[in-house]
Design a protein around this ligand. Structure first.
Ligand SMILES: *Cc1c(COP(=O)(O)O)cnc(C)c1O
Length: 429
C-alpha cells in the first residue's frame, strides 16, 4: 500500500525502506515489526537527554491540560517568561562584552536564523532612520555553512545540488573561506577585508559546521572572528542550533571561545528534542533599536505558534534538568567513550580523518565513489539499519551525534557496526 506522505530529503523513486517507528525510549527506537534501532544521530540532532524523557513528557502533559496555545503579540504566559529568564541566565556572558538580554521565540532553527537576519537588518535600518548609521544589508557567511532550508537560510548556506532549483530566489552574500588547517590566516584576512566594506552581520556555526560535513575549526579562530567583527562594528551572529545544549561539551559552543555574540539562534535541543521550539537571543542595542513610540520601528515577525505554551513548558523542564543535574558530566563520560572507540576505528584502513568535538564524532570512509549524490550514503544507511543502527552519513562522512544517555554496551554495538561497514565498503586492498 503506498503512502501519501512526502518525506524530507528522501528520493521516493529509489524505493528505499521507510522504517515505521511506534515508540522511543532513551537512545532506542522501537519499530512496528518488533525490532529496535539505536538512534545514533538523535533523530536529526535534536534529542539530548534521551527520547521521551519522563520529566519533559510530564511537563508537556501538564501544560496541555492548562494552557495550550496563546497569541503572543502583546500577551504572555509563565512558561515563556520562565524559559526566557533561564536562557538569559545560562547564555554566554563575559566581562566587558554586551550581554544577551532579550529572547524572541519561533519554531525551528531555520526561523530562528531568519529572525536573526531580520533583527540584524532591522537594527541597521532603524539606526539609519535616526541618522546614526548608514543602512546595511550585506550578510557575511562562512564557506560550507548550513543554516536551514527556508529561502533566507538557504541564501546564507553553501550552494549545491540541495538548493540548485531555488538559486534565482537566493540573495547574494559575502563568503569567507573556511579556516581549514593551514588556511586560518587567509580566513581571518578575508573576514577583515569583508568587514571593512561595512556589511550588516557575519553569521557562523561556532566550532563545527554540521551539515557541511562535521568540519571543525579551533576556538581561538572563532574568538578572532568575533573580535574582527567587533572592531568593525559588524554584528556577530552565532547559529548555535546544532551546537547548543551540550553537544560540543559545553552548554553553548561559544563558551569555549569566550565569545558573546550580538545575536544567537538556538532550537533543536531546547526542549530536549521533544517538541519544536526555537529562540533568537539579542543584546540590548539590537532590541533598543526597535524600541520607540513609532509603531513603524517594531519588529515585524511572527508565526502562529510563536512561544507555544506546551513547547515552552517542555523547554522549562529541559532547563530544570540542566540546572539540577550534572548533564555536562554525562556528556564528558559519553565523549570519552566515543573517543576511545573512535581511535580504534581510525586504525581501520578503510577510514581516515577522525574528528570529535564533545558528543559529535565523524570519520571519512575511503570508498571509490564517495560524492554526495553517489549511492554510497544510502547503501551505508541500509547496511547500518540492518545492524540496528540509525545513522545518516553525509556522502562518505559517517558521523555520530547520539543522545547523552547512550550507554557503553550501545556504544560498543554502534562501533561494531562501523567496523563492519569499513570491512564491507572500504576501498582498501
Ligand atoms: C538544523 C540546523 C538549522 C535548521 O534548523 P531546523 O530546525 O531544521 O529548521 C540551522 N542551523 C544549523 C547549524 C543547523 O544544524
Amino acid at each position: 500500500m503506498s503512502s501519501p506522505v512526502w518525506h524530507p530529503f528522501t528520493q521516493h523513486g529509489l524505493n528505499e525502506p521507510i522504517p515505521y517507528v511506534v515508540r522511543a525510549e532513551g537512545a532506542m527506537l522501537h519499530l512496528a515489526d518488533g525490532s529496535t534501532l539505536i538512534d545514533g544521530i538523535s533523530s536529526w540532532w535534536v534529542t539530548t537527554h534521551g527520547h521521551c524523557e519522563p520529566r519533559i513528557a510530564a511537563a508537556i502533559a501538564r501544560q496541555a491540560g492548562q494552557l495550550d496555545q496563546l497569541i503572543f503579540a502583546a500577551y504572555t504566559h509563565e512558561p515563556a517568561e520562565a524559559v526566557a529568564r533561564g536562557l538569559i541566565d545560562l547564555a554566554p556572558r563575559f566581562d566587558g562584552q554586551p550581554t544577551l538580554a532579550h529572547v524572541f521565540y519561533s519554531d525551528s532553527g531555520s526561523t530562528a536564523v531568519e529572525v536573526a537576519l531580520k533583527m540584524a537588518l532591522g537594527y541597521w535600518h532603524n539606526l539609519s532612520l535616526d541618522g546614526l548609521a548608514q543602512a546595511r544589508s550585506r550578510i557575511l557567511v562562512l564557506e560550507h555553512s548550513y543554516h536551514g532550508d527556508t529561502i533566507g537560510a538557504m541564501s546564507i548556506g553553501e550552494r549545491g545540488v540541495y538548493n540548485a532549483a531555488w538559486t534565482p530566489l537566493l540573495f547574494d552574500v559575502g563568503t569567507i573561506p573556511f579556516p581549514a588547517p593551514g588556511a586560518e590566516q587567509s580566513c581571518l584576512d578575508a573576514l577583515e577585508a569583508a568587514c571593512a566594506q561595512k556589511p550588516a552581520a557575519f553569521i557562523v556555526e561556532p566550532l563545527i559546521l554540521g551539515a557541511g560535513g562535521m568540519l571543525l575549526y579551533p576556538a581561538h579562530i572563532l574568538r578572532e572572528m568575533a573580535a574582527i567583527c567587533r572592531k568593525h562594528g559588524v554584528l556577530f551572529i552565532a547559529d548555535e542550533v546544532m551546537t547548543a545544549w551540550g553537544r560540543t561539551g559545553t552548554l553553548f559552543a561559544c563558551e569555549q571561545a569566550g565569545v558573546v555574540p550580538d545575536i544567537m539562534a538556538v532550537a533543536k535541543g531546547i526542549t530536549g528534542g521533544a517538541i519544536p521550539l526555537a529562540a533568537t537571543l539579542a543584546t540590548a542595542p539590537i532590541f533598543d533599536a526597535h524600541v520607540s513610540t513609532d509603531r513603524a520601528r517594531l519588529f515585524y515577525h511572527s508565526s502562529s505558534y510563536t512561544a507555544n505554551a506546551i513547547a515552552c513548558a517542555a523547554a522549562a523542564a529541559n532547563l530544570a534538568i540542566w540546572r539540577g543535574e550534572d548533564v555536562l558530566g554525562r556528556i564528558a563520560t559519553l565523549a570519552d567513550g566515543i573517543a576511545t572507540r573512535l581511535s580504534k576505528l581510525a586504525a581501520h584502513p578503510a577510514f581516515a580523518n577522525p574528528r570529535q568535538l564533545g558528543t559529535v564524532a565523524a570519520i571519512d570512509l575511503l570508498a571509490a565513489d564517495a560524492g554526495y549524490l553517489s549511492d554510497l550514503a544510502p547503501r551505508l544507511r541500509a547496511f547500518l539499519l540492518e545492524r540496528g543502527l540509525l545513522l545518516r552519513p553525509l556522502g562518505n562522512t559517517i558521523y555520530l551525534m547520539p543522545p547523552y544517555c547512550l550507554d557503553a554496551d550501545q556504544l560498543d554495538s554502534v562501533f561494531a557496526a562501523l567496523h563492519a561497514a569499513g570491512d564491507m565498503f572500504g576501498a582498501h586492498p
